[in-house]
Design a protein around this ligand. Sequence first.
Ligand code: ATP
Ligand code: MG
Ligand code: FE
Length: 344
Amino acid sequence: MIVMGVESSCDETGVGIVRWHDDGTCELLADEVASSVEQHARFGGVVPEIASRAHLEAIVPAMRRALAAAGIARPDAIAVTIGPGLAGALLVGVAAAKAYAAAWDIPLYALNHLGGHVAVDTLEHGPMPPCVALLVSGGHTHLLHVTELAEPITELGSTVDDAAGEAFDKVARLLDLGFPGGPALDAAAAHGDPRSIAFPRGMTGPRDAPYDFSFSGVKTAVARYVEAAQREGRELPIPDIAASFQESVADVLTRKAIRAARDVGVDTLVLGGGATANSRIRSMAQERCATAGLTLRVPKPRLCTDNGVMIATLGAHVIAGGAKPSPLTVATDPGLPVSTTQLP
Ligand code: ATP
Ligand code: MG
Ligand code: FE
């Protein structure tokens, strides 16, 4: 069985193709991604209208490139991100997937974007045991309990304000590092001392929700630090600020993820989402999982950011699990809860 996955929930137009094997593994046949990230740079954040327009221009060429790369005329099924995401952006991928499903007379599966971020790990690391997944990107920060990829996922917690990647982008902006700021901040932090400034750890008090996150406090603390330095005419120690901020975010994310894995009784932690490209989040997760006796699974960075392969992979699992196709009338759901794997 060959499954095509279509992704257009944010600023990446992704078309991926995988082949499902009966031993429960997936093989990557094509991975085409076109990003509009550069068009959003001068606005300092993703502009929905620009993203939608870019998807419209990119989607059909990406489909054609993916088919050529896989060396096939058509897949056996199409899976598409139905939500959560930007309404107008989702609409483009879903309309394209429906049109191709109708034209090729193949089944359509309307899937949850967040499940795709977890499922994609099976491409590199094989079938997935019950796990806790930490998803961190520009739009999401979630702690999830996954028992079976084709089954509904349980949300343990999420951010109450900014997403982790969004916090990286906002702090990078305070430090004049450009957009998207995550990678630039990571690079600056490499030359700094993570213990030089004691930035707060959000929502880690005894009465705080154990699996929820808050990053607005640490972001404000960085802003106050920058203001004070400017007022006093001191030069900004950018590497130290970046390293200390990054340490705070990585500390809270990994601490809560490991606690969640222990509490629900799984021995695997999976990371996903674009912000897991962060070097400190990765290294701290590695150190702490080793100490806690947990297996850590992290897809390669290219598969952590939004792509079509993750939706194709989730689609293959859902189809193999015996799900019925979604009707061609299925509507996008920008606020789709993570507990809904597929929209029937
Ligand atoms: P969505 O939230 O729908 O998954 P997105 O486009 O916001 O989509 P991704 O493309 O998965 O998210 O990831 C981009 C985010 O990851 C940005 O916020 C970016 O700053 C952040 N990021 C990327 N690399 C790093 C890094 N090395 N360190 C910290 N943050 C990073
Ligand atoms: Mg993106
Ligand atoms: Fe995503």
